[in-house]
Design a protein around this ligand. Structure first.
Ligand SMILES: Nc1ncnc2c1ncn2[C@@H]1O[C@H](COP(=O)(O)OP(=O)(O)OP(=O)(O)O)[C@@H](O)[C@H]1O
Ligand SMILES: [Mg+2]
Length: 260
């Protein structure tokens, strides 16, 4: 199996705040990683460093054997690493279809025409297929501001992933979504990502979602990864229970068993 992402000795300091310390991780093709940790633990900082939005204070980040250090976010995207943000980045006054066309243009890097929807048959076909994959094709002519929250979230992630990424990093894909809707939303996202052969990493606060959708967990605490383990093991790890998920949480596999 190919190594997609390799991170060594990653550090990020904001003045006296240590947002990342001694981060060493490897991601293999096809894995699904869940990033957990309390508010301020350093989860978004990690994603920001991999995707070129923040320069690390030290360490290395290699994607498919190539260093990402010093690259502009646009160039990281072009290499095949895409991300979504904690807050959806959609154009509220545009239709779903035009939002997707613009995202596709940005992924393809159309220079000055970046923020205009550019219609070609090839692009329209790709956008339509992607909307269908995300089960939001029925909304294609609806403006983003009129969308139900869950659909807007799907649009945001569909936009982030329209450029055929190899590695997708999602920052809290279920935030702002009701408990009843979360599982259905994640089913759609993960199915779409599987169909596109993406390796996926997502930040998540809901441990039931983590247990259902993730193979491996990275638990962040004060800028460090205190546990990198298969999901069931991580849910039963003493440090994770003390510093991240709380003793009162009962994992689906309390004894560390798996379904396999
Ligand atoms: N641009 C910045 N300037 C200064 N401090 C920052 C900056 N970005 C993050 N930090 C600090 O770094 C630490 C980690 O922040 P980060 O946003 O990565 O946390 P997080 O785990 O994503 O939290 P949340 O669950 O609240 O999104 C926090 O102490 C935060 O205040
Ligand atoms: Mg965050």
């Amino acid at each position: 199996m190919a190594t997609v992402l390799e991170v060594h000795d990653l550090e990020k300091h904001f003045g006296g705040v240590v947002a990342a310390h001694n981060i060493n991780v490897t991601v293999e093709e096809g894995e699904t990683i869940g990033i957990i940790g309390a508010n301020g633990a350093g989860k978004t900082t990690f994603v920001n460093m991999v995707t070129g939005y923040l320069a690390p204070s030290g360490g290395t980040i290699d994607f498919m054997g190539r260093s990402l250090l010093g690259l502009h976010p646009r160039d990281v995207t072009r290499l095949g690493v895409c991300r979504s943000f904690q807050v959806p980045q959609v154009f509220l006054s545009e239709t779903v279809f035009d939002n997707m066309l613009m995202a596709y243009g940005i992924a393809e890097d159309r220079g000055w025409r970046l923020f205009a929807p550019i219609h070609t048959d090839e692009r329209a076909d790709r956008v339509q297929a992607h909307l269908e994959r995300f089960q939001i094709a029925d909304y294609r002519d609806v403006t983003a501001e009129a969308l139900p929250q869950g659909v807007r979230k799907l649009l945001d992630i569909a936009m982030a992933t329209v450029g055929n990424p190899k590695l997708v990093m999602l920052d809290e894909p279920t935030s702002g979504i009701s408990a009843e809707e979360k599982f259905g939303l994640m089913d759609v996202i993960m199915q779409a990502m599987r169909e596109e052969d993406c390796t996926v990493m997502f930040i998540e606060h809901d441990m039931e979602i983590v247990e259902r959708f993730v193979d491996r967990v990275w638990a962040f605490y004060q800028g460090e990864i205190i546990c990198d383990a298969p999901t069931a093991d991580a849910m039963n790890d003493a440090g994770v229970r003390e510093f991240v998920i709380g003793q009162e949480y009962h994992p689906a596999h309390a004894d560390g068993e798996t379904d396999a």
